[in-house]
Design a protein around this ligand. Structure first.
Ligand SMILES: Nc1ncnc2c1ncn2[C@@H]1O[C@H](COP(=O)(O)OP(=O)(O)OP(=O)(O)O)[C@@H](O)[C@H]1O
Ligand SMILES: [Mg+2]
Length: 363
């Protein structure tokens, strides 16, 4: 089975409101998939359809090889789910809740006990196994919910914002667990607003907005698309400015002047495809700075009070190593260096606001 999940125009409407609109996506088997989107975008609704908790209005999906409409029982056997709002019985203990789940899946007694023990130890909730759920803290409930969802060893695990409100240590426990489950060959579907978490864990990411899948790629692929879009925007802006300048020049009848050409070159250089390189050189001096100012691949250097140099440099693959060689060649001692790429949060903002604008324009 190549895909753990494949959706076909999957749609959910509530009266005349479309919560999920003809969703088509393929999630690789044994991968960790990050599902992102603003509040109300349709993530939980999609997950509810894929886990057979609500019926799709139209379209369908295959989950673990079974159709959610025609084979919901087979789907349920293959999946586990940690819902956005923990859905344990609040008057039962942690252990009773876990046992109930195990019974639901028909696990034999010995297996039920050994798995419960193993999982409770893994997420560190065993100490609270005899506590009544309503007496637990939010994080403890979340851990108990994770154990309950994993008791039958599902092939596909859905986690709807599993680390929300968890302390940093507990978050890490869950992240480690996700990676471990994935290394055992399970597919993980992770809904999250935590970009760090998504970037750390996920192989591929889908961004949904207003019920529509707005982007789907690897984290690197999403960032590269954004970099290319920015490049294209810059270069088209550049040509527009030069065109206006040429027109004005014609209208004003300005003679060929060196000043005009210089200005044009400056605009072209400023809008050329550049990237930012930030370097800390412990023994930076005037002559080193002068030298760097004359290196062709460096277009602008800003020296910060901290001594950090922030440079606009050519964005070619070789430029960073060329500049490092120049600094070392001058006897410079580099103590830290970084380039600035768009973050996943930048991508998220760009994809979701772009959709909003397009939505308004279309409407
Ligand atoms: N039972 C329902 N009846 C009517 N509308 C609903 C129902 N369930 C969800 N919706 C609407 O569908 C849209 C998508 O909701 P959903 O819960 O899927 O969003 P989400 O992406 O999970 O958001 P969040 O990040 O806040 O959890 C929202 O506008 C929501 O109000
Ligand atoms: Mg949700």
């Amino acid at each position: 089975m190549k895909y753990a999940i494949e959706t076909f125009d999957l749609t959910k409407t509530y009266d005349d409101f479309t919560a999920v609109d003809a969703l088509n996506m393929k999630i690789d088997n044994k991968s960790i998939f990050g599902f992102l989107g603003p509040n109300g975008a349709g993530k939980t609704t999609t997950i509810k359809m894929l886990t057979c908790l609500v019926q799709a209005t139209s379209g369908t999906a295959n989950v673990a090889g079974y159709d959610i409409a025609t084979n919901p029982n087979e789907v349920r056997e293959k999946i586990g789910m940690v819902p956005q709002l923990v859905s344990l019985y609040s008057d039962l203990t942690v252990r009773e809740n876990i046992d109930l789940c195990a019974d639901f899946y028909g696990l034999p007694e010995d297996l039920k006990a050994s798995r419960a023990e193993e999982l409770m130890e893994l997420v560190d909730i065993k100490y609270a196994q005899n506590k009544i759920v309503k007496q637990l803290s939010g994080g403890m409930k979340q851990k108990a919910s994770v154990v309950a969802s994993l008791i039958h060893q599902p092939e596909i695990l859905f986690l709807d914002e599993p680390t929300i409100g968890l302390d940093p240590t507990t978050k890490r426990v869950l992240w480690d667990l996700v990676e471990e489950l994935n290394s055992e060959g399970r597919t993980i579907i992770l809904c999250s607003h935590d970009m760090y978490e998504v970037e750390l864990l996920c192989d591929e990411i889908g961004i949904i907005n207003g019920g529509i899948l707005a982007a789907f790629d690897t984290p690197r692929g999403l960032k590269d698309t954004m970099i290319n879009e920015q490049k294209n925007k810059k270069s088209s802006k550049n040509s527009e400015v030069i065109e206006i300048m040429d027109e004005l020049r014609k209208e004003e009848g300005v003679e060929d002047s060196a000043a005009y050409d210089q200005l044009k070159e400056k605009i072209e250089r400023k809008n050329r495809d550049l990237k930012e390189l930030s370097v800390m050189i412990s023994n930076l001096d005037e002559s080193m700075l002068n030298h760097l100012n004359n290196v062709p691949g460096i277009h602008e250097i800003v020296e910060h009070d901290s001594g950090r140099l922030v440079m606009d440099i050519d964005s070619s693959d070789e430029s960073v190593s060329q500049i490092i060689s120049e600094i070392i060649g001058q006897g410079g001692n580099i103590t830290s260096i970084s380039t600035k790429d768009p973050s996943l949060e930048d991508v998220f903002m760009s994809v979701t606001t772009k959709y909003k604008k397009e939505g308004v324009d279309d409407g």
